[in-house]
Ligand binder design. Structure first.
Ligand SMILES: NC(=O)CC[C@H](N)C(=O)O
Length: 196
């Protein structure tokens, strides 16, 4: 890709503004996406943290679920944080009755996996070999298992759980880099978008 990519942030629910700011801090052009026409206009998409059941239901109500699935299937780069990671999972555990995802990453993601005692916590982890990073987890999922084509990019205590993965143009983290002001995950994603 030669010109600067336009990266959308799915703006149905969740911490949309924080992702827009993080993307802009890397120098990328960031826009919000709420309608199918807006989705068509972006080169890549961030699915924010929030509540995956709400994002799913609103995506259906806004007639975005199928268009989102199609774009992901056709190779659009996407990055999901927390609820966004759940949305990019092919399979989930602990979902509500009938909960659907967009899919794309060959993994099983367990919702609210770290348990009530540790609803929210911080951990230091190495993301993609880019040095220690402070990571914020909020009712976070973890990745229970991954398929052969999925690259593990980060593990976290407690339990050395998988919390960052990549499969081709799709990236997902259980934590929220948009909340810590550390732009390394967004920079990694923007680099991915530029390379594809
Ligand atoms: N901070 C988050 O995004 C939490 C995710 C939420 N527990 C869900 O299932 O969607």
């Amino acid at each position: 890709m030669t010109s600067a990519p336009t990266i959308g942030v799915l703006a149905l629910q969740g911490d949309v503004r924080e992702h827009v700011r993080s993307l802009q801090a890397t120098g990328a052009r960031a826009v919000t996406v709420r309608r199918p026409a807006e989705l068509e206009a972006v080169d890549a998409l961030v699915v924010p943290g929030g509540e995956s059941t709400t994002i799913w239901k609103l995506a259906e109500a806004f007639e975005l679920l199928e268009p989102l699935r199609m774009r992901v299937k056709s190779g659009m780069p996407a990055y999901g944080s927390c609820a966004g990671m759940i949305m990019l999972a092919d399979r989930i555990e602990g979902g509500v009755e009938g909960q659907q995802t967009l899919g794309g990453i060959d993994m099983v993601v367990r919702r609210n996996a770290f348990g009530r005692q540790v609803d929210s916590f911080e951990a230091s982890l190495d993301f993609a070999g880019r040095g220690p990073m402070r990571a914020v987890f909020i009712r976070a999922p973890w990745v229970e298992s991954v398929g052969a084509d999925v690259e593990v990019l980060g593990l976290a205590e407690p339990g050395d759980r998988i919390v960052a993965v990549r499969q081709g143009p799709l990236l997902a983290t259980s934590f929220h880099p948009e909340l810590t002001g550390d732009t390394r995950v967004h920079s990694y994603f923007v680099e991915m978008v530029r390379e594809l």
